[in-house]
Ligand binder design. Structure first.
Ligand SMILES: Cc1cc2nc3c(=O)[nH]c(=O)nc-3n(C[C@H](O)[C@H](O)[C@H](O)COP(=O)(O)O)c2cc1C
Ligand SMILES: CC(C)CC(=O)C(=O)O
Length: 404
């Protein structure tokens, strides 16, 4: 059995949550919701609630998971260099994206995450998960990127959310599929239903070798589907089989030009790790780039994203494109380091999945709220009044005692 339940909150759900909290407390995790103080607390509780295959699909990285560890550990090699006696009675974290196309309250966005239905199998016919995430993002005044591999169709995510939050900011993440007509249809549909940009993922010509999920025989549960791709997995078929059969490994820079020709939406490339590719993205008219190693789920042994970020910023900072970064961000101080290094905003994936698993929309809101609060406190204690003032003078490379 893959899913815990497909019904609305009932007393058995509450019993389950109580048991999960008790289990979590045996694992050393806090059991009172108000004691979930940080992202790792949410992770511990989520682990007790998810099925083993789903947990391994969400949590793990590729091969020996060297980069997975680096993504979080590399933040520790950078230390903060605060300034004092600065008036920080009003901290401003409002951030403009894509030359003012969107304004978000704080520079932390939700990264595209496939198959959220396993984390929150509630709502109409199991289509509530991505909606819960989108509602949480909208009510916190930040942005969500919806995955091509979502378990709720792109229309069914955006339409109900926009009813309550007419300005909800959502972007659509695109996997370019071999069937270019379907790719074009997806892009046009995203444009029609109100998504604000197309985020094309470019680091997945094939799926990474994720051994823990293979060992656990991870498969999308039969009661879930991938409606954007018009795919329902067949018996015995894994998401990796689906991925290999639909994703186009011939994708190249000419396709980025083609994408720009079929939509008016800004194109953002996700999965850039070199300054050369960042420069190419600018040449091919992309509006923004996301420095990402796909949460270390694709190619192991690549650089952590916080280490890849500075040379990319240096290469394209004057070109008028936004630079975003994701990977291993778990604390407000991590966010501050990214912004001081030159990113406009960051994205988080796994923390959102942990919040969604623990308490649906409320859980995602709490996780976003935690990161926001930690970020504001880090700015305050660093003597930074406005996100626009973040720069590398606030950073030190630990052990090398040099400024970045
Ligand atoms: C379970 C899971 C599913 C993901 N699905 C997608 C996806 O559909 N498309 C995509 O571009 N990236 C996907 N990613 C990668 C994230 O968007 C992001 O790049 C990365 O996970 C950020 O690192 P973090 O999880 O450490 O925050 C996924 C990541 C996870 C953990
Ligand atoms: C279907 C998957 C390849 C989605 C994804 O990007 C991921 O699991 O990292």
């Amino acid at each position: 059995m893959e899913n815990r339940s497909d019904k609305k909150d009932t007393s058995s759900d509450k019993r389950e949550l109580h048991q999960a909290r008790q289990g979590a407390s045996n694992l050393g995790a806090p059991h009172l919701p108000e004691m979930l103080l940080n992202i790792e607390d949410y992770h511990k509780v989520a682990k007790t609630k998810l099925t083993k295959p789903a947990y391994h699909y969400y949590a793990n990285g590729a091969d020996d998971q060297v980069t997975l560890k680096d993504n979080t550990e590399s933040f520790k090699d950078i230390r903060l260099r605060p300034r004092v006696l600065v008036d920080v009675s009003n901290i401003n974290t409002k951030t403009n994206l894509l030359s003012g196309r969107h304004t978000i309250d704080f520079p932390i966005m939700i990264a595209p995450c496939a198959m959220q239905g396993m984390a929150w199998p509630h709502g109409n016919d199991n289509r509530g998960a991505e909606r819960a995430t989108a509602r949480a993002a909208a009510s916190m005044n930040t942005l969500m990127v919806v995955s091509s591999f979502s378990t709720t169709s792109m229309q069914e995510v955006i339409q109900p959310v926009r009813k309550d939050h007419p300005n909800a900011a959502l972007w659509y993440q695109l996997y370019v599929v071999k069937d270019r007509k379907l790719t074009e249809d997806m892009v046009k549909k995203a444009e029609k239903c109100g998504y604000g940009a197309i985020v094309v993922t470019v680091d997945a010509s094939g799926i990474g070798n994720r051994e823990p999920e293979i060992r656990e025989h991870f498969k999308l549960p039969q009661n879930l589907s991938l409606p954007n791709l018009i795919v329902k997995t067949k018996d015995g078929e894994t998401h990796s089989d689906v991925f290999s059969s639909v994703i186009d490994p011939s994708l190249n820079w000419k396709d980025v030009d083609w994408l720009r020709s079929v939509t008016h939406l800004p194109i953002i490339v996700k999965g850039i790790l070199s300054s050369e590719d960042a420069v190419l993205a600018v040449k091919h008219g992309c509006a923004a780039i996301i420095v990402s190693n796909h949460g270390a789920r694709q190619l192991d042994m690549v650089q952590s994203t916080i280490d890849a970020l500075p040379s990319i910023v240096d290469a394209v900072k004057d070109c008028g494109v936004d630079i975003y970064v994701d990977g291993g961000i778990r604390r407000g101080t991590d966010v501050l380091k990214c912004i001081c290094m030159g990113a406009k905003a960051v994205l988080v994936a796994r923390p959102i999945l942990w919040g969604l698993t623990v308490d649906g929309e409320e859980g995602v809101k709490k996780v976003l709220g935690l990161l926001k609060k930690e970020f504001e406190k880090a700015m305050m204690l660093c003597g930074i009044q406005d996100v626009k003032d973040c720069n590398r003078d606030y950073l030190l490379r630990y052990n090398k005692y040099s400024k970045l």
